[in-house]
Each structure stands twice: as C-alpha cells, then as structure tokens.
Design a protein around this ligand. Sequence first.
Ligand SMILES: [Zn+2]
Length: 410
Amino acid sequence: MELGTTTLTQGKQFVTMSPLSGDFKEVVYVGYGIKEGDYNSYGNMDVAGKVVLAKSGEPMNESGSFLFSGTQEPSKWSNLSEGISKRLELATELGAKALLLVDDKNFGRYQQYYRRMARNNSGSMRLKSNTESASLLVLNSEAGKAFHSAMDKDNTGQSVALSWKAMLTSNNGEVDTENVVAFIKGSEKPDEFLVISSHLDHIGVSQGEVNNGADDDGSGTVALLEIAEAFQQAVKDGNGPKRSVVFLHVTGEEKGLLGSRYYTDQEPVFPLANTVANLNIDMVGRIDPKRDGDRNYIYLIGSDKLSTELHELSEEINSKYTNIELDYTYNDENDPNRFYYRSDHYNFAKNNIPIIFYFNGTHADYHRPSDTPDKINYDLLTNRAQLVFYTAWEIANRANRLVVDKATTP
Ligand SMILES: [Zn+2]
C-alpha cells in the first residue's frame, strides 16, 4: 500500500489474507470500532463501500475503569480473538469494504502466521460463505499512524482525507474436504445429543517432510474410534446409551477450526439447542516435558466454564473409575497459551454448550515431522480414552440433562 511517499508492505507493517485494490481519497476513522449499548464508534457515519480504520482496546471512564464493565475487567472487545471477529462483523454489517485494524498484539500473531505460510508456501483457508465479509487488514501502530497520526488519543469517528493506494491481490481457490459424522440413537432421549470429537487433519508436508501428527491428532482419532466401538458394543448388548451420541471427526482444525465451525455455524447435523455437551480430544498420547508430577495425568480445559455440574461429574467419574491426575493449569483464563480458544470444542462453547477439552500439552515434536507413533505412550492413551468414555457414558445416561449455570451472552 502507498500513502504519499510512505510504502506499507505485507508482513512488515500489516498482514492480510484478503484482496484490496484501488485508489482511495479517505479512510473513515472509527475509534475503537465498537457498537455496544449506547456506545457507538460509528455514530451516524455512512461507511458503506468505504475503508474504515479502527484501533484495538475499549473505552475507559474517568475513574480509570472500563466503560462497559464499570470495573477493571475488560470486555470481549479486548479479547485477542473475539475483539477482531466482533469488529469485523460490525464493519461488514455496516457495509464497509475493508477494516484496517490497528492492533500491535494481533499484528504480532498474524505476522507469525504469515511468515510460516510464506516459509511453507501455503496459504490461509476459510469457510466458503454466501455473505462476503469486509476485507480485514491487521496493522501495527506505525502503519496506523501513517493513516491517522493522532489515533492513540483520538476516539472520535471522522473521515480522514488522504490519498492512498492499495495493490493487494489474492490467488484464492476452492478446496473440498469433509467431516465424518457417526451416530448412535439414544434409547430413551433420542433428541438429546452428546458430541464427542477429535480432528482428522494435520499440517501436511513442510519442506519436503511429512508431518506425521501421531499425537496431533492421531491420538484423539483412535481414542474416538475406541470410544465409539465401546458404545456400539453396549448397543449390541442391549444396553445402549439413553441419549444420542454423535462421534464427530472434523477436518480443517489446523486451518482455524474450520470443520467444527462448519458443523456449528453452517450445518449442525443435529440441533445445537439439543446438544447437551461436547467432549473434545486433541493430543492425548504424550507427556508434557515441562510438567512435574505423576505421568498418569491429563490437562482438562473448560470443564467448569459453563456448567458446574459437568465439572463435578467429570471429577467424580475420574475418582470412581480412572484416577488420573486432572491438571487444570491451562484452564486459567489468563494463561497466555489460550488453549480454550484453540481446538474444536470452542465452537460448541461459544454456543453455550458445556465442553471438556482433553489435552496432554505440547512437546518438542508438536507440529513437526517427528510427531510419530513410536513416541506415543499407549498406556496413557488408553487411560485417557477410558476417562472420556466413562464421562461420556455418565452424561449420556444420567436422569437429567446437564444444567448450564454459567451461560455467557453471545
Ligand atoms: Zn490438534
């Protein structure tokens, strides 16, 4: 992109996966780019067909607390992932052609993705949709200031006149892929569904070497198959589950949770309103070298976030049958790894469906060709698959549907 004599380059001052080209005479600066209650960064400006410029963060009031919460707690608008998606949705809804989001933290993340793609000669993927979204460009603050020098202090929407040029073309194509869905009909409550999931894709070939993905997510894949076989054996024995159980083997996890998002957002095969829980298994065959303590452990993430009952049930079942050390390190909302947002269960959780994510943590072979089957701890994989099975069995068979007592507003 060119602004007078300033050149901004993809991967250096901004990152985008969308095309944008043309000669422009303005950007519409929209402060934080937020619409929430009475607060509206867009005011009554018409941004249809225009390029809008917004910054990350959210407004504070004079006492130094956040305007929306009235406390020191930031809202979703400050969340690294949701802050972007909510702003892009809003800009799209208002008909904007593109959103230039100035956000140093997300710029750092996007720059990493971009470099990895450039190195592997790969690209980004997203779900095909009928509605065209506004183009998203994530800018660092240097680039943001080239568009509007006072943006740090300025929260007021206004048109900024400047002549600039964008020359961003894309080379997009369509790719076909599929989720695999298997289903056992419940004997007493067939219209209530428990979803057990893992992902069938991995990251492919990099620099000529196959990334094997034995742990990520071969381990979850075989756990899912074994659990399905156990449920089906129960059906054959005349003792099938009371609720329906859906075995969801999703594609495109490594490309941004695409298969699970397709299932929840575009084509839920079974109604989400009747989906009682999702147990997601992603990496359960290895040991985290950073962790001290019993090797017979598993990290649990998300079990208490929406349903206290699910968390308690999970603990009880484990002490009754499997006695694995349940480690909640990564369940902390402030954990910088943000694993709660990083596997397929998240697409269920965002719909207020209680979830548990079963995960052994990362290791030196994570996303490398060396993630091979000989390094799997098969005894631990067995224990962990059994824990998921017993938990699933209890959810599918208990008298009452799990209570969601901590739903969040979408
Ligand atoms: Zn994975």
